[in-house]
Design a protein around this ligand. Structure first.
Ligand SMILES: [Zn+2]
Length: 317
């Protein structure tokens, strides 16, 4: 029998400012339970600090895979900003420090323990082994630092589009098939095409975007804000409609699973498939990773391209 195509639901949970993002998260958790589906929730340190006050949400999340989504997401210095230095080793050490710390959301300064340590604490005894970088903007020193903190699976890079590949103790899962899902016919067609063509399709959704009109972190686009401001909410009817569309999608995915066409179970495994990498592929990977920093924050890194080449130097000559 042909091998089942995999379909993974993943959600990026990061909006610690707008209260309705918690509502969206709750709704998603209820829907997943109702349709007997599991997902990966990539959660930031700031969000884990908030969620720990909602024991029911923590309990519901524990039924799923918990991934890490950075300590402070869009707070400056962001990952591409704080790892952008000539010395790779130094960038690695800074990443190690910042990703295990609470970062002040207004100043960007380190204030005691937090980050991945908070997730490990809140979701104990679950292991935090998967990572997705904010805006898919990962850098090699960061990934190596996270690897030493237990991260084995990356969901940020476009190294692979179809099946996981391994490199330097990390398994890179395929790039997301959805950057912005609105439940349109076009979105469905893209997803179905991806399922048909790829071994694994990764569905990625931000609960905050279901309930808010603009991105929660737009207050960080021009640097750190003076205060944490909320963003305009979508009208209630629109929220209901989009949540309904998400539920329809879940029903359809479940139907495909019952028909033994796809498998939605989350069982992350180290891939034995080594990635073959070329200089062009590294450049492409670097450019895709930096899109977020450039487009959102107008930040053009100086040294990160060198870090990509240093990281991948073992695979090409
Ligand atoms: Zn994010």
């Amino acid at each position: 029998m042909a091998k089942l195509h995999k379909f993974l639901f993943t959600f990026d949970v990061e909006d610690f400012i707008n209260q309705n993002a918690i509502y969206a998260l709750q709704k998603i958790l209820i829907m997943l339970q109702k349709h007997e589906l599991t997902a990966i929730f990539f959660i930031t340190g700031h969000m884990a600090e908030k969620i720990r006050n909602y024991p029911k949400i923590v309990a519901a999340l524990k039924k799923h895979e918990i991934g890490y989504h950075s300590s402070s997401h869009s707070v400056h210095p962001t990952i591409p900003e704080y790892t952008d230095m000539k010395n790779y080793e130094k960038a690695y050490r800074i990443a190690l420090e910042r990703e295990t710390s609470h970062i002040n959301p207004l100043t960007g300064r380190i204030e005691g323990e937090g980050g991945i340590c908070t997730l490990q604490d809140v979701f104990h005894p679950k292991k935090i082994q998967a990572f997705r970088a904010p805006g898919m903007c990962w850098t090699p020193p960061l990934l190596e630092a996270l690897n030493s903190l237990g991260i084995k699976y990356d969901f940020s890079s476009n190294l692979s589009l179809s099946e996981p590949v391994s490199y330097k103790r990390t398994t890179f899962y395929p790039f997301t098939a959805t950057q912005r899902w609105n439940g349109t016919l076009y979105d469905y067609t893209c997803l179905l095409n991806s399922i048909r063509r790829h071994t694994i399709t990764v569905f990625d959704l931000h609960p905050t975007l279901l309930v808010n009109q603009i991105e929660w972190d737009s207050i960080y686009y021009r640097g750190n804000p003076k205060m944490l401001r909320t963003v305009p909410q979508r009208p209630a009817k629109e929220i209901a409609r989009i949540l309904q569309k998400l539920e329809v999608l879940m029903k359809q995915i479940k139907a495909l699973e019952r028909a033994k066409i796809i498998d939605t179970r989350i069982n992350l495994n180290a891939s034995d498939k080594k990635t073959t990498i070329t200089k062009e592929k590294i450049d492409n990977c670097y450019q895709t990773s930096m899109r977020w920093a450039i487009n959102r924050f107008n930040y053009y890194p100086k040294f990160i391209k060198d870090h990509f080449h240093e990281f991948f130097c073992e695979t090409y000559l």
